[in-house]
Design a protein around this ligand. Structure first.
Ligand SMILES: [Zn+2]
Length: 491
């Protein structure tokens, strides 16, 4: 079938038909993590959102080059060019090399994303490995007159740029709004204007992450890496740039300005942003005591959590909301998602037990079509999931014998479920935890031993011996004592 994929473009504020610049190739850049702490809930949402897009574009037949960067230098504690570098600070506190910190948390990020079944991007470039490209970008902007050097640092001249172009077109701001919200901070007297942002920062003597440049030793400004690396790996014009809504300003606005100031136009065709998440209705943050890492979620160790939630529950829960809506994490909602996911996975496994009949009393073909329509409408996963639940009802009716299905229709139904649940939504079947399984099997053995006790009481030696012998043959050691019968598994 012909697909007309609509995606919402933050820049134009409307849904647009997705037309790649060089079909069948698609270039997609997503801002990745700053690797100075354990991956948390806030990392899961953009990763899952753009993984969904990556999977869907590939399914539609595009050859996707997906670039997601690792920020390991230049991201200061406060976004407004002040404070310590996040990675350098962690390195100082933990007495590690900055690159040790970056590597450790990159590995931790990968482990968590693998658990969430998030596919690895095609290229995962590090900011520290692209200093040369970032210096070249700063030189171009300087040459075009949109930046100035000040005491070994280079700043972007926002006022000058705004005379020729619109600074704020992505976030819908104008320079006056920006100026009104820019704080006048210590050490900012180097700037001509508080709205200016750093392209290159002069390194203070204590700063350990530093590189030589035409302006002395220093390090790149945070916004430079995405412009420089996006251009290097995807070209001067590429299709999609994504990230969380919190990155629209200043990060993506500054990326647009850097791109226009260096090459004359914007590199990106479609800007896509996922909405934010709250925890029990509150913004997530270290100061609110509701900052939950993914490991704490998977183990249930955070005080706000009533239980552990599997990575697939988190993934399913995230996809139950449209990526442009907010998501509120809370125990009740997560437990409901856990049940919903179980229902869906039961339907997928239930399909294997359906016996085909000569005729179908169900209509299976519309399901695939309806799921595609929802995906094509700006990745409307809650609607896809609602259709899959309708399909699950159908499976239950087939299993209960209320409906019949032909072999051909059954094949179509299985394929549709597998395609949308696994390939596109990226869910996977999770084994019930070992502990829960062992507990359930243990109760079965207890039940058998109760039956044996009853048989003995009735002097039904044949039955009591049979139970004992068969359990022994399976590797169970049965010990009769004064307190009753004990057992253990000798395997
Ligand atoms: Zn970025």
């Amino acid at each position: 079938m012909e697909h007309q994929l609509l995606i919402y473009n933050t820049l134009t504020r409307r849904k647009e038909v997705f037309k790649p610049l060089h079909a069948p190739h698609v270039g997609m850049y997503v801002c990745g993590p700053t690797v100075y702490g354990d991956p948390h809930l806030g990392h899961a949402r953009p990763a899952i959102t753009f993984d969904l897009l990556f999977r869907y574009l590939k399914h539609l037949g595009y050859k996707v080059r997906y670039v997601r960067n690792i920020t390991d230098v230049g991201h200061l504690e406060h976004d407004a060019d002040e404070g310590e570098d996040k990675i350098a600070k962690k390195a100082r506190l933990e007495q590690l090399e900055p690159m040790e910190v970056a590597q450790y948390y990159t590995n931790r990020y990968h482990e968590a994303m693998d658990a969430l079944n998030v596919l690895r991007p095609s290229i995962e470039p590090q900011a520290s490995g692209h200093i040369i490209e970032q210096i070249a970008l700063v030189e171009e902007i300087l040459k075009n007159g949109y930046a100035y050097e000040s005491q070994g640092s280079v700043y972007f001249d926002v006022a000058k740029y705004n005379k020729d172009h619109h600074y704020g077109k992505l976030s819908g701001r104008n320079l006056e709004d920006v100026l009104n919200t820019s704080r006048q901070l210590d050490g900012q007297e180097e700037k001509h204007n508080p709205a200016d942002f750093a392209l290159w920062k002069h390194a203070q003597p204590e700063h350990i992450m530093r590189w030589p440049s035409p302006w002395g030793e220093g390090f790149p400004g945070w916004h430079c890496e995405c412009t420089a690396m996006g251009r290097k790996y995807l070209g001067a014009h590429f299709d999609i740039h994504g990230g969380g809504m919190d990155l629209i300003f200043p990060h993506h606005e500054c990326e647009i300005a850097q791109s226009v100031a260096s090459q004359g136009d914007d590199m990106v065709h479609y800007w896509m942003h996922n909405n934010m998440l709250t925890v029990n209705g509150q913004k997530m943050g270290k100061s609110y005591n509701n900052f939950i890492t993914l490991e704490e979620l998977f183990n249930g160790t955070h005080p706000l959590l009533e239980q552990a939630y599997t990575p697939m529950t988190i993934r399913f829960f995230t996809l139950q909301a449209h990526y442009r809506s907010t998501v509120d994490f809370g125990n009740e909602a997560l437990k409901a998602a856990e049940k919903g996911l179980e229902r869906l996975m039961d339907a997928v496994s239930g399909l294997e037990r359906v016996t085909p009949a000569k005729t179908s009393s169900v209509e299976v073909t519309p399901l695939r079509q309806k799921c595609y329509e929802a995906m094509d409408d700006d990745l409307n996963t809650p609607i896809v999931i609602a259709h899959l639940f309708e399909g699950a009802k159908m499976v239950n009716n087939l299993l209960a014998g209320n409906d019949t299905i032909t072999a051909e229709d059954l094949k179509e139904l299985k394929e549709t479920f597998h395609l949308f649940c696994f390939d596109i939504l990226g869910l996977k079947a999770e084994a019930t935890s070992n502990a829960a399984r062992e507990e359930a099997f243990g109760h079965v053995v207890d039940m058998l031993l109760e039956e044996r006790a009853k048989a003995k009481a009735n002097k039904d030696w044949a039955t009591s011996d049979k139970i004992r012998n068969e359990l022994t043959a399976l590797g169970f050691e049965i010990k009769d004592g004064k307190e009753g019968t004990e057992w253990r598994l000798n395997k």
